[in-house]
Write a protein that binds this ligand. Structure first.
Ligand SMILES: NC(=O)c1ccc[n+]([C@@H]2O[C@H](COP(=O)([O-])OP(=O)(O)OC[C@H]3O[C@@H](n4cnc5c(N)ncnc54)[C@H](OP(=O)(O)O)[C@@H]3O)[C@@H](O)[C@H]2O)c1
Length: 244
């Protein structure tokens, strides 16, 4: 039987592409398409969805995730901007409800593999900086992917970076944002889609891991996989690698 999917944020760039992709796939039946003007709880009930795929905005994603869990439906959250405490709160709520779901800051397989290699590098190269570059329409910064990369790297780093404690910013913000002493730089320019660079510095060498999203199509295999697997989960997992 086809998995019944409601796409929230269906008229957005990711929402439209997801509706198109899932509608063309025999495993899925797209039973609902909602936007900011709709009552999500009501739409879930009326559509009898099994899964809600959310591609909305950082300011509403927490509320949406709560509504989806309260409706007893599996969430696949592609919207970025959730912070650690919010993710943990949602995981606790899902555990209480014994409901499986996925929060996926990046659906691209290439980006997920870059994270994996970045984690391996971090154990040997504690000096690291992250640059993410996106189209100017992106509302949240730094990107969910950049934050996720920083979290993964921070968890593997055995020593701290060797930047001088006396270093000072002549213009505040010159060194970017900071996640556990990992500088994060966000660039917004026309012509860009979504790009990630992780730069490691060692004695006499540097290593750069780079991922470039050329087309949003790169997210679709991950979206399909997440929507297929989520109905078999009974906890709320974070990251596409948890189901690969
Ligand atoms: N996980 C990944 O791999 C991945 C990849 C790319 C992007 N993203 C993230 O996905 C999100 C969407 O990106 P996008 O490029 O598709 O953005 P977008 O084109 O701006 O679309 C966002 C959509 O959200 C809808 N929306 C706003 N508030 C809403 C609400 N309260 N309830 C329901 N819908 C609401 C808007 O609908 P209306 O038209 O009704 O206003 C709009 O169509 C962003 O957070 C982005 O960072 C994630």
């Amino acid at each position: 039987m086809a998995i019944r999917i409601l796409v929230n944020g269906a008229s957005g760039k990711m929402g439209q592409l997801s509706v198109q992709t899932l509608s063309a796939h025999s495993d899925f039946d797209v039973v609902g398409k909602t936007g900011h003007q709709d009552d999500l709880a009501k739409a879930i009930k009326e559509s009898r969805a099994d899964v809600v795929l959310d591609f909305t905005t950082a300011d509403v994603v927490l509320k949406n995730a709560e509504i989806i869990l309260n409706a007893g439906v599996h969430p696949v959250i592609g919207t970025t901007g959730l912070i650690k405490e919010q993710i943990e709160a949602l995981q606790a709520k899902a555990a209480k409800l014994k409901l499986g779901g996925l929060i996926v800051p990046n659906f691209s397989l290439g980006a997920v593999l870059v994270m994996k290699y970045a984690q391996a590098m971090a154990a040997y190269f504690p000096d690291v900086e992250i640059i993410e570059m996106h189209h100017p329409g992106k509302l949240d910064s730094p990107s969910g992917t950049a934050i996720y990369a920083a979290q993964k790297i921070a968890a593997q780093r055995k020593t701290k970076s060797s930047v001088s404690p006396n270093a000072r910013e002549i213009i505040p913000g010159a060194r970017g944002a900071s996640y556990e002493n990992i500088p994060l730089h966000a660039i917004r320019l026309p012509g860009l889609v979504a790009h990630l660079k992780i730069l490691f510095g060692g004695k006499g060498e540097t290593v750069t891991l780079q991922h470039d999203t050329i087309d949003r199509q790169c997210f679709m295999p991950g979206v399909i996989l997440a929507c297929q697997k989520v109905i078999h989960l009974n906890t709320l997992l974070y990251g596409l690698e948890t189901i690969l």
